[in-house]
Design a binder for this molecule. Structure first.
Ligand code: S5P
Length: 257
């Protein structure tokens, strides 16, 4: 099964180019950590990316929370991604009809497809959304199949439909954002947010946390997404290294089961 296949082997069978690239770099760099750089100023996102760059496979950003988004910020971020060898995921959570999705992905002030390797999207509108991303400069979609937040109305049927959408559009979809082990295709990556060493904790706004070893070992997660656990640590660099080690160790253990 997929959870016992090493990343390097999965990179070979993956057909989506960004998924192939990511699985390959995870194996090579020995990291399955994605840091969510949820900071309001471009220079703070760049400073965090510089600190955690050597330890991560993906840097996840929300361009719409930046007070000072600019093309210059994006080109600096791309330079860092190249220098430290990580992918950039824009967590836009697209959720509209294909026509609007295309405009949101390629235009506006953010021009996401010009700089992001991966973009998150909800499955809610159906496959037309993915058709809207066709031809978006090779940017791949990551479909939100489950959410970490309390009270989410997403149910099993919805998650199964999101998975089916990912599987039937394998050329455009690199993976899922999920909380449990949904995929069977070894080429699809499962990204799991709501991860912290303080498992069981909440943030007072509905976020629920589980520990890295738990989500990778038992949840089938491939890439942990850690935001405040790293970004708000007194030393983000060493926090990132600790999360990387915990998640990669759990992945190695999983291969033996
Ligand atoms: O279900 C989800 C999906 C996502 S992408 N729950 C989430 O929390 N996220 C994102 O993961 C969220 O937008 C944020 O950027 C990150 C979690 O941040 P943390 O500070 O709670 O670790």
């Amino acid at each position: 099964p997929r959870c016992r296949m090493p990343f390097e082997q999965r990179a070979e069978v993956a057909t989506q180019p960004q998924a192939r690239r990511l699985l390959g770099l995870m194996a090579e760099k020995e990291t399955n950590l994605c840091v969510a750089a949820d900071r309001s100023l471009g220079r703070d996102v760049l400073a965090l990316a510089e600190q955690v760059g050597p330890h991560i496979c993906v840097l996840k950003v929300h361009c719409d929370i930046l007070d000072d988004f600019s093309p210059d910020f994006v080109s600096r971020l791309r330079d860092l991604a190249k220098r430290h060898n990580f992918l950039i995921m824009e967590d836009r959570k697209l959720a509209d009809i294909g026509h609007v999705t295309r405009l949101q992905a390629t235009g506006g002030q953010f021009r996401i497809a010009d700089w992001a390797d991966l973009v998150t999207a909800h499955a809610l509108p159906g496959p037309g959304l993915l058709s809207g991303l066709e031809g978006a400069h090779g940017m791949a979609a990551v479909l939100v199949a489950e959410m970490s937040s309390e009270g989410s109305p997403i149910n099993e049927e919805y998650s199964a439909a999101a998975l089916a959408m990912a599987e039937t559009h394998g050329h455009l979809v690199a993976g899922l954002v999920c909380q449990s082990d949904l995929a069977t295709d070894p080429g699809l990556l499962q990204f799991t947010p709501g991860v912290s060493f303080s498992g069981g904790a909440s943030d007072g706004l509905g976020q629920r946390y589980r520990e890295p070893g738990h989500v990778v070992g038992r949840g089938g997660c491939d890439v942990i997404i850690v935001g405040r656990g790293v970004a708000e640590a007194s030393d983000p660099r060493s926090a990132a290294e600790s999360y990387r080690q915990a998640a990669f160790r759990a992945y190695r253990e999983r291969l033996k089961t």
